[in-house]
Design a binder for this molecule. Structure first.
Ligand SMILES: Nc1ncnc2c1ncn2[C@@H]1O[C@H](COP(=O)(O)OP(=O)(O)OP(=O)(O)O)[C@@H](O)[C@H]1O
Length: 269
């Protein structure tokens, strides 16, 4: 994951540092972070509050520029947001005056795609997220989980090469959260898209990640990388319950938990 090979649609973060005004040295939001998201990978960045997860996602989305280093998408330096990199926000950022279909089709409307095609594409992604019957519901008529499905559908509608998910399930109850994790894996299998998801939930990270990037704060940095196969097992038909109760899953979860605690207060020289 650390090489700088550039394949079509590839995402490479090269020695990136971010210092917000007034934050220097040990307090850098990110310090010398490198990672690559290859075809078919579901990369999860995991770490405690303040380790720079959102900063990393904002850099890749193009909302923020690095202080040092660079972000390359398909060989080109990322200079701003683009449809090829779709974002699903934690608070889903939906517009209450539009119905579900209107929210999902909004990005396509802004891209100037004709109404008939917008509707066809929006309805297709609503079906993918199991919301076919809700096209004309208002946002306030939906549960938290359904709103996140709309946010996911809106990001998918533009058919991005890379899907960026910023703590998308943080506000959901445990049961809905598990359902959403399974939906993400199903979409990952169906679409083959590259995904970057950030979370501070260890079990979620171990279950979803094909590549797990463990981050630590002060300064924000990557402290460990793991290649995992639990998400592949789910995509291959094994049930989430069977995977999460497997001793291999529990051992990995405990290893990651121990690493989070070990790095929690450790500073770098
Ligand atoms: N706009 C900003 N201006 C100044 N400092 C910021 C800004 N955004 C983030 N920071 C600081 O940068 C560090 C990393 O923040 P970031 O939000 O990226 O971490 P995070 O891992 O996503 O945290 P959380 O899980 O709490 O969202 C923190 O110390 C934070 O206070």
């Amino acid at each position: 994951m650390t090489t700088t090979r550039s394949a079509p649609g590839s995402l490479i973060v090269e020695h990136v540092s971010v210092q917000y005004p007034g934050h220097t040295g040990q307090n850098a939001a990110l310090q010398d972070v490198s990672l690559q998201i290859n075809a078919g990978e579901l990369v999860v960045a995991l770490g405690p509050s303040g380790c720079g997860k959102t900063t990393l996602l904002n850099l890749i989305a193009g909302f923020l520029q690095p202080t040092r280093g660079r972000v390359l998408f398909d060989g080109h330096e990322v200079k701003g947001p683009a449809a090829e990199r779709g974002v699903v926000f934690q608070d889903n950022a939906l517009l209450p005056w539009l119905d579900v279909l209107g929210n999902v089709a909004l990005g396509l409307r802004l891209q100037g795609i004709p109404a008939a095609e917008r509707e066809t594409r929006a309805r297709a992604v609503l079906e993918q997220v199991d919301l076919s019957g809700f096209a004309h519901h208002r946002i306030w008529q939906l549960s938290g989980g359904m709103r996140q499905r709309v946010g996911l559908a809106r990001a998918l509608a533009a058919n991005p090469a890379l899907l960026l998910m910023d703590e998308p399930f943080a506000a959901l109850d445990a049961f809905t959260r598990e359902q959403m994790q399974e939906l993400v894996l199903t979409l990952w299998r169906q679409t083959g898209k590259r995904i970057l998801l950030i979370t501070h939930d260890i079990e979620e990270a171990v279950f979803l990640a094909s590549e797990l990037v463990l981050m630590s704060p002060r300064p924000g940095r990557i402290v460990e990388r793991l290649s995992l196969d639990f998400s592949q097992r789910y995509a291959g038909g094994e049930s989430a319950r069977s995977i999460k109760s497997d001793p291999a899953f529990i051992a990995t979860r405990e290893h990651v938990l121990a690493q989070v605690f070990a790095h929690r207060d450790k500073k770098v020289a």
